[in-house]
Design a protein around this ligand. Structure first.
Ligand code: IVH
Length: 681
């Protein structure tokens, strides 16, 4: 390919990716499959790597990150990033209005109200419609240049395509992690035994300062814009409308208010409604609308006189601490839990609150029987924030944190530098045993989910299994008709259940099938702390077999791509336990895969390159699996359901009418076995 051709191809691919990105993120539509989109992007990245001279700063490839920033440059802000004065009551809001009126000398002004988004402030410069530089607030005068990371925020335009915008301008807004993204991230962390992240704001802030922009991209940050600088407009409202018209992401929650009473109404209206928004908010921001009025009012040393924030009180309630109990996690981590007299808080009844660890209990000075404040702040789970010492009864006694595991009685340990206590009885502590087996059979691990949680508990109670390796020794005879106790929390009582023949057969079959899982899945399923799915894949790729992994030193582990000290230490610790080695040996004997099967490409042509297929019904010449393999061998992709993105439905005999109807409705191409054969001729 000549340079000129490469440049033209890069431009054409960039245009396509931009178009599909726009459809997907702005209009929630898609015209091509995810696979086709990934192929376009991959082609673009490959060409840009080959011809770096044509890599443009607004290339859509920048969304997926990849660049590493060792240390961020400090940049001086052209317009200082000030903070806002806070108010907490209607009186203070009225006082603010009084000051505005007095300083302007009249009452002919308007306000513009917005929600106060709880994230990280960001200032972004655009030149000729192209994102040039993104800088954090820092100390307000200087901040960090985090342009590479900011470019991964999908809603922040890399290049403007709409409206008439000036040559140079600066926008400001709040970067945040949507609550859903935050919850998913925490779920993933819990799955691999990592501590939960405290709240979306700190997570967003930490993410923006990460060195690897590819990880930032995966964290799915978002951004709402709320200010425009360097543009001559009359009102803040015009600034906001301009931002909207140029394609920036502006939260539609704003409102122009003519009087301070309307501002107060806005505050009241959003007090509860804000919890339905996809992000955390902690108040509202009130801005004088006219820019002429703003400059007349000016600034104090720290903040503008034309704007103020109203902070909602973190919703709190007072109740009695009935007890402190402990939960034991899959990794043996102990979490203390406050058992509370039920109390209404932000619309829900709260009975329990997280206490994090022993230090937190000591910091609060908690005692059983105390009256405590419970709050729902940025964190989704309520927490105990204070103790009312005045109401403490004279006979209350100091609280002593448990020294032994509440489940198995083993003496707890606390590792140096860690706040959390652990139960070291890894192989004998019931919730740890159960948790590890649950992880092992999980859909994302060995996928033996025909074994439900109640049956699993039953098998443990009846001592038919004691660890995940024992699953492979279960027989149909043992399971058929097996009776076990099931406890119903709702009824508060136990009843007896017995396994039917069909369930027993299913369980045995899915255990047998699980032996087909590849090495990387088996490795993930072992439940080694900090070894999540991606890490397991990396380790499997690097070491190729469990024997090599078990023999690896700390240094050799760290040498593997993207494996850090903490993961390496955890792997070493896991295999230094004789019991774990015995588990692996037992699984090996049962026939699980402990060696990497390098996927050899069986591709014979690219006739179906990137095309998606659903196959349905019965075929005359091929079995279904055979047909699937043929599609893949020609570069096609099998998907499980019919959607607007699907390219072909290969229809055999006895295909279900609902599938046919759906495909017809969506305009999917429906092809016969013979037509399919034509495609790969
Ligand atoms: S305007 C002169 N509008 O609150 C200050 N700020 O304490 C102009 N914030 O650093 C800021 N939502 O990070 C403004 N709708 C909003 C906001 C907002 C959140 C944050 C921002 C700022 C801090 C000020």
């Amino acid at each position: 390919m000549t340079k000129a051709e490469a440049q033209a191809e890069i431009e054409s691919l960039s245009e396509k990716v931009r178009y599909h990105n726009h459809l997907y993120y702005q209009e929630s539509k898609s015209e091509i499959s995810d696979f086709d989109f990934d192929q376009l992007l991959k082609k673009l990245i490959d060409l840009e790597t080959q011809f770096p001279e044509f890599l443009k700063e607004d290339s859509p490839s920048q969304r997926v990150g990849g660049a590493i920033t060792k240390s961020f440059n400090t940049v001086e802000h052209e317009y200082p990033m000030l903070s806002l004065g806070n108010t907490y009551s209607v009186e203070e809001i009225q006082d603010f209005d009084g000051r505005v009126k007095k300083n302007l000398g009249h009452d002919d002004y308007e306000y513009f109200c917005e929600l106060k988004f709880d994230g990280v402030a960001l200032s972004v410069k655009y030149e000729n419609g192209v994102l040039k530089q993104a800088v954090t607030r820092g100390d307000g005068v200087r901040g960090d240049d985090i342009t590479t990371n900011a470019k991964t925020i999908r809603t922040l335009p890399l290049r403007l395509t709409k409206g008439e915008f000036p040559e140079r301008f600066e926008v400001r807004g709040e970067v945040f992690m949507p609550n859903k993204v935050f919850e998913n991230l925490n779920k993933e962390r819990e799955e691999i035994g990592e501590e939960r992240l405290a709240n979306p704001r700190n997570t967003a802030s930490g993410t923006l300062k990460m060195q690897d922009s590819a990880i930032v991209s995966k964290r799915k940050l978002d951004c709402y814009l709320y200010a425009l600088y360097g543009v001559d407009v009359d009102t803040h409202e015009t600034a906001i409308k301009s931002l909207e018209s140029w394609g920036f992401n502006v939260s539609p929650t704003y409102r122009k208010c003519q009087t301070i009473q309307q501002v107060i109404d806005y505050i009241n209206e959003w007090e509860h409604k804000r919890h339905d928004l996809p992000l955390e908010t902690d108040g509202i921001v009130i801005k004088v609308n006219s820019l002429a009025h703003q400059s007349e009012l000016g600034f104090t040393a720290k903040s503008p006189r034309w704007a103020i924030s109203y902070k909602y009180k973190a919703e709190s309630a007072i109740t009695k601490l009935k007890d402190i109990t402990y939960q034991v996690g899959r990794t043996g981590a102990i979490t203390p839990v406050a058992e509370l007299e039920p109390v209404l808080l932000a619309g829900t009844t709260v009975k329990r609150a997280s206490l994090h660890n022993a230090n937190e209990i000591a910091r609060l000075g908690l005692r059983i029987g105390d009256m405590v404040s419970v709050e729902k702040g940025g964190e989704i789970i309520p927490k105990v924030t204070a103790v009312d010492l005045a109401s403490r009864s004279a006979d209350s006694v100091e609280f002593n944190y448990t020294e032994t595991c509440p489940e198995c009685g083993t003496h707890l340990i606390r590792k140096e530098g860690e706040a959390v206590h652990y139960c070291p009885n890894v192989t004998g502590c019931p919730p740890q045993i159960l948790g590890r087996i649950e992880h092992f059979i999980h859909r994302k691990s060995m996928n033996i989910e025909s074994l439900g949680p109640e049956t699993l508990r039953g098998l443990l109670d009846r001592e038919l299994i004691n660890n995940y390796a024992d699953l492979y020794h279960l027989t149909f005879e043992q399971l058929n008709g097996l009776a076990f106790e099931v406890y119903s929390e709702k009824k508060g009582e136990s009843s007896t259940r017995s396994l039917r023949e069909k369930s027993a057969k299913n369980i045995i079959a899915s255990i047998e099938k699980s032996k087909e899982n590849p090495f990387e899945s088996v490795l993930f399923s072992l439940g080694i702390r900090y070894v999540g799915k991606t890490v397991a894949e990396k380790l499997a790729q690097h070491f190729k077999s469990i024997d090599a992994l078990m023999a690896a030193s700390q240094e050799q582990l760290v040498d593997a791509h993207e494996i850090g000290e903490r993961i390496a230490a955890s792997v070493i610790e896991f295999f230094s336990e004789e019991k774990n080695v015995a588990l692996v040996e037992s699984l090996k004997t049962s026939g699980l895969n402990f060696e990497l099967v390098e996927k050899e490409s069986t591709q014979v042509s690219d006739a179906l390159d990137g095309k998606t297929f659903v196959i349905s019904g019965v075929f005359t010449k091929y079995g279904r699996d055979e047909l699937k393999a043929i599609i893949q061998d020609h570069g096609g992709k099998i998907v499980s359901s019919i959607s607007g993105k699907l390219d072909f439905l290969v229809a055999g005999d006895k295909m279900g009418p609902s599938k046919l109807e759906k495909a017809t409705k969506l305009g999917t191409k429906i092809i016969s076995e013979e037509e399919f054969e034509e495609m790969i001729k």
